[in-house]
Design a protein around this ligand. Sequence first.
Ligand SMILES: Cc1ncc(COP(=O)(O)O)c(C=O)c1O
Length: 377
Amino acid sequence: MSDNASPRLALPWFVRPEARAWRCEPAPAKARAFHSSLPDYARTPLTEVPSLAAELGVGRVFVKDESCRLGLPAFKALGASWAIHRVLAERAADGAGEDPVTLVTATDGNHGRAVARMARRLGQDAHVFVPQGVHPRAVAAIVAEQAKVTEVAGPYDEAVRLAAEEATAPGTVLVQDTAWPGYERIPGWIVEGYSTLCAEVDEQLTAEGVPAGPDLVSIPVGVGSLAQAVVTHYRSRPGGRAPALLSVEPEAAPCVLESLIAGEPVSVTTRPTIMAGLNCGAPSGIAWPRLRGGLDAAVAVADHDSARAAGDLAAAGVPSGPCGAAALAGLRAVLSGAGAGVRRTALGLGPDSVVVLLSTEGTAANPHSGPGHAPNG
Ligand SMILES: Cc1ncc(COP(=O)(O)O)c(C=O)c1O
């Protein structure tokens, strides 16, 4: 455990409140203008849920609802669209010719579907590697985008390895939402694309009378690229509050939590989880320095907690899949049970605090129906 880590209390948890004082360079601002120029772009809702504020003992709770983003049921299209735009613009500038390129990727579901959608729209081809545990209907949604799909009899990291191998062939480009040494530029563009979500939250909170921004943002985390975008946004702002940033992962795949505890990036052996999009065994290489510096806290949650959170969000009018609902499940876990008072204090939360939960997918993204569901092998 690192010097700064809290001892484990009643749940798998890490805290480092010094993160609020950490600062980094901002992301380039171009992605927002690009997204705004897309014909089906619209800001996703930021829905206030007073009943959750009462339950969690804070002032206001807002849920960023990514159930319909650029026509798809998860936030991922923000990253895929911007990165593919950059890839194709670069190829055109290099005089790569008119032949379509094959965009190759691995996915737990949402990113691959977004890559396939963008490829189809732009007259390119897509080849998507899918690990075991992704629901057959999520696979069918990628096939429906006319992508070639290769199902891999192994976990996410194995699918990434095979996609990277495939993308060494001529006429292919790997569009992966995780980075490793030597493969960083395209994942960096994907992270830039996610910054649009944070910019929207700023505008929407201002319209809600909260111009200083939130006191806490809860983020569902797989490889940590979305969390990298969120850290970059809030830790590079010249003004406004520095909110506490909470990473939430499944107990079945807590690679960022374990890395923060170890003080260095580590790989974990993953197990099946209904939070399919978060089922990743290692943090992204370019995300790690930002997560280590700028995340305040990390927690891991069980499938039944995320399923319950999804039910409660649905009752509040937010259609949230298991990954999206993890944001609520994680904050609930932190603010309840043994040691809750210490954790609330560490996060700087009080009765007037403003919380934003990033509900990163809708129910249509990930058809796992509940903790009893056995993922396909
Ligand atoms: C719905 C959903 N939420 C959150 C995440 C986590 O994003 P990241 O892998 O960038 O941490 C994913 C990743 O696939 C996802 O599909």
